[in-house]
Design a protein around this ligand. Sequence first.
Ligand code: ADP
Ligand code: K
Ligand code: ZN
Length: 429
Amino acid sequence: MYWNKEMETLTGDDLDRLQARHLRWTVKQAQKVPFYKKLLNDAGIYADDIRRKEDIVKLPFTTKKDLQSGYPFGFFAVPKKEIVRIHTTSGTTGKPTVVGYTRKDLENWSELIARNMTMVGLTDEDTFQNAVNYGLFTGGLGFHYGAEKVGMTVIPSGTGNTKRQIEMIDDFGVTAMHCTPGYALHLAEVAEQMGTKLESFKTGMFGAEPWSENMRKTLEEKLAVTAYDSYGMSEMYGPGAAFECPEKDGLHFWHDSYLIEIIDPETGESLSPGEKGELVVTPLVKEAMPLIRYRTGDITYIIDDECPCKRGDRIARITGRSDDMLVIRGINIFPSQIEHVLKSLPEVGDQFMVYVDRVNHLDEMTIDTEIKREYFSGELSDLEKIQKKIIHQLRETLNIRTSVNLVEPESLPRFEGKAKRVIDKRGDK
Ligand code: ADP
Ligand code: K
Ligand code: ZN
């Protein structure tokens, strides 16, 4: 099933011409942003130099650091009054990355979500529960409006209160759901304890964090659903940029809306289909915040053989990161952000260690942190107060609940070379 068959299956010269035109437009749009104006000027590249999509390699890369340098609105290419929505995502230090949308951007985004949902067989007959955070994260409102566009009955359940979520699935006859794969597994377990088989639930759309084929098998068995992988990031509108078709063999990137490349993260050199590297994305229709060759940090490869569904190029599942970003319950966290929070608290000493593990199928983060000697009174109540303060501050900034253990000054390992502050045990599970 297709939402927009012509666009989804465009090939050959027609596709090449469309992509080249959109790329040229995007470069023009980017030139309205002072950062890009200077960058392109310095590189001596202008929109008119872009004749074919292959010309993209002449353009410079953009990084998350660049976006941060423009905090908050420095990357907007349209006057503020044309921005109708803002989302944010975690940055590398204290400040988040801000993304903005024009009305047209929101329409474009909904169109892509509508394509994804139609691709996996969902229609206006379906009842859809969106069990992700509806705040500043893009997964809530993004999927919500796409599902409404299809005409589904949408339940904006948000996160939390798993028992209630399960009751809603049963009581409202929910057929399709969007959440993180970790949460889906938790849901399956709680449903089992509650003695319900979630009869109506048939289609799971899972994303925002890495998962595996084994996890798919488990989810499909436990929930008796078909599970699809959904990939995106706030800088590309949000989720929905790439999505699996019923073949479940790679995620189709919407080729009229994004140009994708794979590079060697060390050298920046372009890699060929099948070669694993860092995904670089150039959105082709973003008005409010055009981006050029954005380095996602996500590791994958391009699959360019034809899919039976005739849609465009696919990427393989994301298997890792080229940087130290952690994805915990779908939330992106950089160790530098943790450091930033800890350093802002006078009681906290020099060293910390982050442990990430999976408990009952959900990601848990624990931070061991040293306390300065003058605050290490040995009074239990004082220490508890400090511990609470740290937990609160981390939650405020990172949007995630962490456990914190206070340890004595100078008791954590010191590093001579590059500090290894994160121990992630999830891969072993
Ligand atoms: P989202 O809400 O789509 O997760 P964010 O901007 O918060 O958007 O996070 C984007 C990052 O999340 C990606 O760069 C990637 O590291 C991770 N991510 C999103 N979807 C997936 C997925 N399906 N598989 C693996 N990682 C994913
Ligand atoms: K994420
Ligand atoms: Zn396909």
